[in-house]
Design a protein around this ligand. Structure first.
Ligand code: PTJ
Length: 249
């Protein structure tokens, strides 16, 4: 089965249709959960209101996130079924650019999906994929959602969690980890509890964080400046303003 669909590039909704098809193909491959289809639909609605663009404040957040990943002692990129379906190669590139680990971590965890996602990331160039050891726990969460690798997310000081469920995002924050979140809904609990909320579509946000990481590499002063000058409340307020007051014309 081909993962790309026949959509003419001239179609006014080309990007959106391609993204939808990737999620559908992810479900067919056993990577994405059926709930992932609903999550994508919710995200699309916010993206539409944002004008399907990276706002200036989301770009600043992406830069701060890149700086956190570079400054970390141990950074981990958490990968769920939606992220894997939408940006598998881009996640591998981000991990390479920042030295972060990739760890599969699922809300609706099954062994089959864990393996399918790890294999899919390897097909896209990942050499080391964590998450299958499952020998660590996030305290305060009910069973499978809490499962992590002890030497992966369990040990990380910085975790990038795209499209996360609010409970787990909060629990990771309570473990004292710096949490970088990608979520199109600025009012979602994950975005609200994040150290750095990137209110942008994951298909734009991940390559943008990688670009910033390449730009900031080897420049610790610029990395510190990107972290120190970032204000999460301001970023959330700017995103909400853009959604409420956006010009849909
Ligand atoms: O693969 P699993 O089992 O780990 O499950 C993944 C999903 C996403 C199904 C699960 O974590 C879930 O149910 O998440 P929620 O609670 O629906 O939250 C998903 C959030 O991501 C929502 O706030 C959406 O607005 C947002 N979102 C959806 N698509 C995108 C997005 N944000 C950025 N880019 C997107 N493409």
């Amino acid at each position: 089965m081909s993962d790309e669909v026949e959509v003419p590039e001239s179609h006014p909704r080309y990007e959106s249709l391609l993204t939808r098809h990737r999620i559908e193909a992810g479900v067919d491959r056993g990577i994405t959960s059926r709930q992932g289809l609903i999550a994508q639909g919710r995200g699309e609605a916010y993206d539409y209101l944002l004008g399907e663009r990276t706002t200036d404040s989301a770009d600043r957040a992406a830069r701060a996130a890149a700086a956190h990943l570079l400054l970390a002692d141990h950074a981990v990129i958490s990968v769920n079924g939606n992220a894997a379906a939408l940006v598998p190669g881009e996640l591998v590139e981000l991990a390479d650019a920042t030295g972060a680990d990739l760890e599969v971590n699922l809300f609706n965890r099954t062994e089959e999906r864990m393996r399918a996602i790890a294999d899919y990331l390897r097909e896209h160039g990942a050499t080391d994929v964590r998450g299958l050891e499952a020998d660590g726990r996030i305290p305060g969460l009910d069973h499978e959602r809490a499962t992590v690798d002890a030497d992966g997310i369990g040990d990380a000081d910085v975790v990038l969690v795209p499209l996360e469920d609010g409970d787990r995002a909060e629990a990771l924050g309570e473990m004292g980890k710096t949490e970088l979140v990608v979520d199109l809904n600025p009012l979602s609990r994950s975005a609200q509890v994040a150290t750095v909320p990137i209110v942008d579509n994951i298909v734009r946000a991940i390559p943008n964080v990688t670009d910033h990481a390449r730009d900031l590499a080897g420049a610790p002063d610029a990395q510190r400046e990107a972290v120190d000058s970032f204000d999460a409340d301001e970023a959330l307020a700017a995103a909400e303003r853009a959604i409420r007051e956006g010009d849909l014309g």
